[in-house]
Structures are given as structure tokens and as C-alpha cells.
Design a protein around this ligand. Sequence first.
Ligand SMILES: Nc1ncnc2c1ncn2[C@@H]1O[C@H](COP(=O)(O)OP(=O)(O)OP(=O)(O)O)[C@@H](O)[C@H]1O
Length: 609
Amino acid sequence: MTDQDRNSGTARSLAAAVGLAWSSGAGRLVVRVVLAVVASAVPVAVAWLMKVVLDRLTVPDRPLMVPVLLLAAAGVAAVLLPLAIPYADAELRRAIDLTARRRLYAAVARMPGLRHLENPRFQDRLSLATETGTTGPSEVVAGGLGGVQGLLMLAGFVATLAVLNPWMLVPVAMAGLVAMNGQLRLSRYRARLHGGLGHATRREFFYAQLLNSPSAAKEVRLYGLGGLFGARMLAELRWSNARRRQMDRRELVVQGLHGAVGALVAGAGLVWAVHAARAGRLTVGDVSMFVAAVAGVQDGLTIVISSVGRTHEALLLFGHYRYVVDAGPDLPEPPPATRRPVRPLRKGVELRDVWFRYGDDLPWVLRGVTMTIPAGRATALVGPNGSGKSTLVKLLCRFYDPTRGAVLWDGVDLRDLPVDELRLRIGTVFQDYMAYELSAADNIGLGNLTELDERDRVVAAARRAGIHDTLAALPRGYDTMLSRAFESPEHDDPGTGVMLSGGQWQRVALARALMRDRTDLLILDEPSSGLDAEAEAEVHQRLREHRAGRTGLLISHRLSAVRDADAIVVLSEGAVVEQGDHDGLLSAGGLYARLFGLQAAGYRDRAWP
Ligand SMILES: Nc1ncnc2c1ncn2[C@@H]1O[C@H](COP(=O)(O)OP(=O)(O)OP(=O)(O)O)[C@@H](O)[C@H]1O
């Protein structure tokens, strides 16, 4: 990246950050600017008033009351401003943070697919955007206002110094320029460091979560993984600390040099002022103001330099936020010319020579899959681990587009259909379904937001999934929290939360998908893997009744569950290797027959002691 690109990127980030601050609360921003201006004027005013008071003190009968009263007023302002400014900053920060988060999460929610979210590089930038990006604009504003305040104060004292001894300005300005350059380099280095730490920080967080999470606790304890994960977490932390230490040392050197040069300049100035006063060229008031002016210039420079550094660094980090917010959708919208409404499924969903891989540098997962899920029929998809079944589900829900080939809804390419309309017509139980730490009713109702609060619909879905009796018997029925993570202070209240078993959770997830029973396509990816034999048979019986006349795609490794499907498609290494009904596939003697034979033998022939 050239310096020019970098500068224009920083300028765009600056404009975006200020725009965001303005739209979050113009009034608060104006108040904060006024406070910055007043805060910069107070020290200059105090220095001048002090000079006036001292000079008048040495001459009898000169009126003193007005400058003394003004000095007292400036003193009150000097006490109140350091309290008011952090308060105004915090108010501004809260408002900006709210807007920044709203925009960030809206941008992520606007990504209809999974390509961005499943990309580790995007995840790194997203975690940086979440961690530092949302505070970026308030940092930019606070840093910018600090800079304005420092600059105004600097201007006042520079003018004062110019009146007393213009030559003093030369070393002061040189020391300032050197420090400013050092600070800019430091902030660029610090932002690069933050960017480089993103991955290590995520790994560290990942290990910390494993050590703390109740869901990982069983394996962590049984396999004695605590020490290993702890050591790996600390290794990530040590690695990040080493880089942070390097940064701190650079900062120490640059800021130490700046401070030493500043102190030398101030010392030399003081020697000159004392000599000039002795020689009668300066009054006592002049000396007092000179000392205040040199200190003020140094302070002003320090404020400007650190504000520039802080703003610059915040802008560079804000770049990650802008990257995520501006990333745009990860699936192309259908162009208006070819965009078609999603009609109820009449013929079926067809995959036509579908090839797919997750990235250009990754292997093919689907290799020329051609198959049809006919409307009103139950189709089963089976195949060994890693053969691409769940990936195919992702394409059906249009989380990804095929790399080659097409998925057609009644002959219309999914890419020509509005994705949100399409998804309203699909109900899915994913293999890695979610267990929301919410109430039982919410866990089911989330499957259809328009009916979230319709208890009878929620109960009907729970009945179909065979989980109604369990949920109705909970301490607060459907309003019981399915989690103990947010236990209320009334610890002995059993209604605060319960834990479900794996199979019960699976039924809840199934009920969630069944909330969309008016949809056209029901996809069940391993819906019964956690159920006991009786429960599985019962759920499949219910699903058979529910499926009657509907379009369904059932994925299961338990071939007994798919044997009565209208058609069974067998996938192996990303390709369809056979399809037909259960009897036809058995007599064909291919992969399906072999897998079915193995499972059946497992039940039949095992000799138990
Ligand atoms: N997000 C992803 N990024 C990269 N590769 C992926 C991703 N998801 C899945 N894969 C790869 O795609 C291949 C197929 O995975 P998929 O989950 O579709 O198989 P499956 O047939 O559902 O397997 P199983 O029966 O074990 O559930 C695997 O090799 C897997 O590593």
C-alpha cells in the first residue's frame, strides 16, 4: 500500500468517524467543542491575568479588583472543566458507541450468506471491528477535540512567547515537530500491532472460553485438558505480550526523548528570563508569564501530539470497522430484470450439475451433483461423513451459491429469487442446531417470528416434535428459561432455569423448524441422532404424518429412518453415486446396500455376553 493510498484511506475514515459522531448526537458534539475551546482559553487567560496582577501589585494604587476577580473566575473554570469534559466525553462515547454497534450488527445481519462469516480472515477483522472499531469514532472525536484544545492553547502561548522573545519559538517548534513525527510513526506501528494481534487474541479467547464453559467442562476434566489449554492460552498471551512490550519500549524511548528535549528548552528559557529580569528588560509579571508560556507551549504540544497519535491510531483501527460495515452482501442480489417472486413449490427443487468449494484454494466439496427433490415427496440424502450433505443443505437455503451449475426452485435459479422470500418457504433442522439460552417458548417460536407470541402455535409445534409434555411440566411451563446461565438472585427459585438433555434439545430444535409448517420445503439434517430408539421411532412416525403430501429432504446416517422415503439419493465424495427407493437400492447391491447391510448386521448378529 502506498503512502497516498494510506492517507486517502485515513481521510475517508476521518470523514466517516466524524459523520458517525454527528449523526449520533449533534448537540452533544457541539457542547463538547465549546468545552474544548473554553478549556484551551483558560490557561492562556490565567497566565495573562497573573502577569497583570503581579505588575499592578508592584505599582501602588493601580486597580486590582477586576483582574483578581477574573483570575478567580478562571480558577473556578479550571476546576470545573476537568470534571465537565470527561462527563461530556462519556456521554458522547455512549451515544456514538450505540450508533456504531447498531450499524455494525445491521451490516453483519445484512449479509445473507455465510461466506464472510465462515472466512477466518473476515472473522479476524470482525473481532477487531467489534473490539476496537465501535469505540473508534469516539476516540477520534475525543482525540480530535483534544488536539483542537491543545492547538488553541498552543496558539495562545506561542503568541505570548512571540511577544516576549520570538527566538524561543524556534527550539520549541523543532522539538514539537520531531515529537509529532515520532508519535505518528508510533501510532501506525501500534495499529499494525493491533491488526496482527487479532488472530492471537481470538485464539486466547477461544482457550479461555474452553476453560470456563460448562459445555466443554466434561471433556476438559475427563481428558485432563485444563493444563494443556491453559498453557496454550498463556502461550498466545505471552506472544501478544512480547509484541506489546516491544511497542511500550518504543513508546518509552520516543516519549522520553521528547520530554527531555522539552525540559531542556524550558530550562534554557528560564535562565534567559531570569537574566533579562535582572537586567531590567522584563518585569516580575513578564517572568511569571514567560514561565507559564513555556510550560503552556510544552503542555499544548504534548496534548496536540498525543491527540494526533490517539486519533491516528483510532482511525487506523476504525478501518477494520469500515471494512466490515462496507463489506456489503456476500451473495449477489437478483438484478431487477431477472428478479422473480418465490411461488409455492409445485414441481420441485432441482440441483443441476452443481459444483461447489468453500474457497478457490480449497478442494471441491460437491462435484457435479444433479438430483431433484420432487414437490410433495419425501427425499432422503445419505452418504459417508464428509460427502457434502450439509453443504448441499447450505446451497438449498442459499447460504452459498454454487461455484458452477445451478439450484432451481420450480425451474427458477435461486439466484433470481429474493433470498428472504425464499427462506420463508424453507424450514430446517440443522445438524449443528442452536440451543438458545432463552425460554422454551422463545426457543420454539423463533422458528417463525410472525407467530413468536402465539402460544397455541408454539404448543402445536412442540406436540408434533413430541416435547410438549416435557415443556409443560417445567416449573414455569413454556416460560421456563432453558438455561442456568442467567440465574436470578433468587437462587432457590426452580423457575429461573433448567437444563435439557441432548435429545430433548433436539426435539426443541425440531419443534422450531415445525413452526414453519406452512412452508414448502422441510429439511431435516440428522433430526434424530440424539434420540433413543423408541423416541426416534416415535419422532419419525410423527414426521411421516407431518410430511404427508409435503416436500421434505431428510438426511440421516440411520438408514432405518430413511427406508420409507419416496426416493433415496446416495452421495459419496461430493457426487451422486446412486439413487432410487429402498428396495431398488438394496437389490442394486451398491454403497447403500453395503451400508444398510452393515447397520442391520450390527443389530442382528452381535453376540452379547
Ligand atoms: N465452512 C467450511 N469451510 C471449508 N470447508 C468446509 C466448511 N464446511 C464444510 N467443509 C468441508 O466440506 C466437506 C463436506 O462437509 P459436510 O459437512 O458437507 O459433509 P457431510 O456429508 O454433511 O458430513 P457428516 O456426515 O459428517 O455430517 C468436508 O470435507 C468439510 O471439511
